[in-house]
Design a protein around this ligand. Structure first.
Ligand SMILES: [Zn+2]
Length: 176
């Protein structure tokens, strides 16, 4: 009798260098996270898995919980840092890598760790409008389908910090 190759039911990230904790996803959540990192919507995730929109929403919520993320972009950033996502070295067809201005990157680095636009504006002493337009210019430059996809691309380009975010430390505990 044919049996499909066993697939491990869980996928583990690299242990935290500070506290040793590993972030864990189910195999299904790991597949869904790949779609989130490509900027797919809940509708598209439901279609890809032949599931209901409700099921897709539940998977996404569970992924955010498992990764201690306030949103999709932070989930992708954390997953890249702990090895639950492996961004391709380049996602662009051209050989030339996009030049990414530091002004755009500094706004995105804050977004990637879960800061709101308003909070980013405060931290950088900019108007929310300026933050928004810098982020949008960045996504366009990268050919990214939204913030989560931009996080994947920027990790692939090694333009975001790759240090393990320690979720037991109070300083990184994001407000939900
Ligand atoms: Zn830790």
């Amino acid at each position: 009798m044919y049996r499909s190759p066993a697939r491990p039911p869980f996928v583990e990230g690299r242990p935290c260098t500070t506290c040793g904790t590993r972030l864990v996803l189910t195999a299904r959540e790991s597949d869904v996270l790949d779609l989130i990192a490509l900027g797919k919507t809940n509708d598209q995730i439901a279609d890809a898995h032949k599931a209901s929109l409700h099921a897709a929403r539940t998977w996404v919520d569970n992924i955010l919980d498992a990764l201690h993320a306030t949103g999709r972009v932070q989930a992708v950033d954390t997953a890249c840092r702990v090895g639950l996502l492996n961004p391709p070295a380049t996602l662009r067809s051209s050989d030339e890598e996009p030049k990414v201005p530091e002004l755009e990157l500094e706004a995105f680095r804050l977004k990637a760790v879960g800061r709101s636009k308003k909070r980013i504006a405060q931290e950088l002493s900019l108007s929310p409008h300026t933050v928004k337009s810098r982020l949008h210019r960045l996504y366009k430059r990268l050919g990214a389908d939204g913030a989560a996809h931009a996080a994947l691309i920027l990790h692939g380009l090694k333009l975001l910090p790759s240090s393990h975010p320690c979720h037991t430390s109070e300083t990184t505990g994001a407000a939900r």
